[in-house]
Design a protein around this ligand. Structure first.
Ligand code: USQ
Length: 384
């Protein structure tokens, strides 16, 4: 199969590329390096030095493990660029990771919120028009987020809900209460995707993904030039990854608020498993399929306690520090999201446990010198 991955330079895009190439798919990558630009602008760097895209592709291709990966530089915001790529490649599947992924960045101010929404919403809209024009039979797999649902006081279904109102009923898109301007951009994408499937008959799968954690995959571990961009800073670092880094340098685990907010989580290797299942089980023509992509649910406090205990097992005395929540989120809430869709397709979740955390902390300790303490405390407030 020909698979185009948009956002091929990212934390998830690059491991997905190698994983699919290994399975003999013909993989094409696109990236505009906007995440590297934001990193530079904000003086944050991944834990380990990440090779240029060209070097990563060259290294992977030289190992001859899978089909050769090809890379093109360009942005979806320029519709001519993506039109040309689609005309040339005519992929069977597109996996679209190519969006500004940080909730805190999107809340830093007007220009960051506008950048996030313009890049994500307009980029995806250009992609939809490109698919309609050049490859209407391509299956689009778009990375969404569990954060579009927010934390409603009802069970969270997968994309849709049956509503009964004044004695009439309909199946509607699940109500959205996004958690940041970044999450709002994903909500707008979902509305546009659903519309494109109804109006033009496009095949679309929206993967509402939880918070991803983990430092490596079997392919990134093959060579240090194949590392993926693991972040621990206040902009791009996700909570479990941050806690593991904080523990590894003996700094307190920074829990926002009382840590009773509850979120969904999955191992980076399960992202790869889910994307593969989404390829094998595509949406039909005119179908907009939504799958909630997570394996476990935790409160932030539970995570901090698990990381603290795991660190203790390897002789590290980590402390937990509860700090004023820089975000606007419900401190305590009902939360019952469904993830039946992937389980039905055969997803075998890799559950979070102490062994995994200990081994990740040990890997982080080797890179300890690279950790920039200035980038750990949260600096962006939702209320500012
Ligand atoms: N949190 C802490 N301490 C920290 C960092 C975060 O207590 O040091 C808390 C936050 O208050 C929040 C939760 O942990 O309640 C999750 O925060 P996060 O930074 O790990 O994740 P988030 O900002 O929600 O975004 C991440 C990814 C995003 C993806 C999303 C999935 O950056 O791309 O879409 O996870 S979800 O959260 O399900 O919307």
């Amino acid at each position: 199969m020909k698979i185009l991955i948009i956002g091929g330079d990212g934390y998830l895009g690059w491991p997905t590329a190698m994983h699919l190439s290994k399975q003999k798919h013909q993989v094409f990558l696109i990236d505009d390096f906007s995440k590297r630009t934001i990193e530079n602008q904000n003086s944050v760097t991944p834990l380990v030095n990440i090779e240029t895209m060209e070097n990563r592709v060259k290294t992977w291709n030289s190992l001859k493990i899978g089909k050769k990966i090809k890379f093109s530089f360009g942005t979806l915001v320029n519709h001519r660029f993506i039109y040309e790529e689609l005309k040339k490649i005519k992929p069977d599947h597109i996996i679209h990771y190519g969006e500004q992924p940080s909730a805190p960045y999107s809340m830093a101010g007007r220009s960051e919120a506008v950048f996030t929404q313009n890049n994500n919403i307009i980029g995806s809209l250009n992609l939809l028009f490109g698919i309609k024009k050049y490859c209407p039979n391509t299956h689009l797999i778009k990375l969404g987020t569990m954060g579009v649902y927010g934390t409603p006081n009802i069970d969270i279904e997968e994309g849709f809900i049956k509503i009964r109102h004044n004695n009439r009923s309909d199946k509607m898109q699940f109500p959205m209460k996004p958690l940041s301007y970044y999450h709002c951009s994903k909500a707008a994408d979902s509305i546009n995707l659903y519309f494109a499937s109804r109006a033009w008959g496009l095949k679309a799968t929206d993967l509402n993904q939880g918070v991803v954690y983990g430092i490596d995959t079997p392919e990134t571990s093959l060579n240090k030039k194949l590392n993926t961009s693991f972040h621990y800073d206040h902009i791009f670092g996700t909570v479990i990854n941050r806690f593991m880094v904080q523990a590894s340098i003996g700094k307190p685990l920074l829990v926002y608020g009382k840590g009773s907010q509850t979120r969904t989580f999955l191992n980076i290797n399960d992202t790869l498993q889910c994307v593969e299942l989404a390829i094998k089980n595509p949406a039909n023509k005119g179908e907009y399929k939504v799958r909630n992509q997570f394996t476990e649910v935790f409160t932030i406090k539970q995570l901090a306690l698990l990381v603290k205990q795991s660190a203790k097992n390897i002789g590290i005395n980590a402390k937990i520090k509860y700090i004023k929540n820089p975000r606007k989120e419900s401190p305590k809430h009902y939360f019952n999201p469904s993830n039946k869709s992937f389980l039905k397709l055969g997803l075998k979740p890799k559950k979070l446990n102490s062994n995994f955390i200990q081994s990740n902390i040990n890997k982080i300790i080797i890179q300890k010198e690279n950790i920039d303490l200035q980038t750990i405390s949260p600096k962006i407030k939702w209320s500012k």
